[in-house]
Design a protein around this ligand. Structure first.
Ligand SMILES: [Zn+2]
Length: 105
């Protein structure tokens, strides 16, 4: 059965959201990213800092060299919003996944 545009099941939700680059999710969360050395950098939204130590790589993942946290777009959404991963994946899908707003044309 064609499932296009419908809410995917829970397993698919994580898989689908994993395709969303973390930097695109960060932008949707209002995080400003600048580029340097082939990577994206931002002030980590998970704590107070004045020197950007949150890094976004080309694989679509993130890592903060200050607090040591990192992961994929779902992990970022969950961490910034203080949500459970399943809730974060559902919201991320609603905001970005369904419309595929992260796809660079
Ligand atoms: Zn941090």
């Amino acid at each position: 059965m064609e499932n296009h545009g419908q809410h995917p099941n829970r397993m698919d939700l994580f898989t689908q959201c994993r395709n969303i680059p973390a930097d695109m999710a960060a932008r949707a969360l209002g995080v400003f990213i600048h580029h340097g050395g082939g990577r994206g950098w931002a002030l980590c939204p998970l704590h107070e800092e004045h020197k950007a130590s949150m890094m976004f790589d080309k694989a679509g993942r993130w890592h903060c060299f200050s607090c040591g946290r990192g992961g994929d777009a779902v992990d970022l959404w969950a961490a910034v919003k203080g949500m459970a991963p399943a809730d974060a994946a559902a919201e991320l899908w609603e905001k970005m996944g369904r419309a595929k707003t992260w796809e660079r044309k």
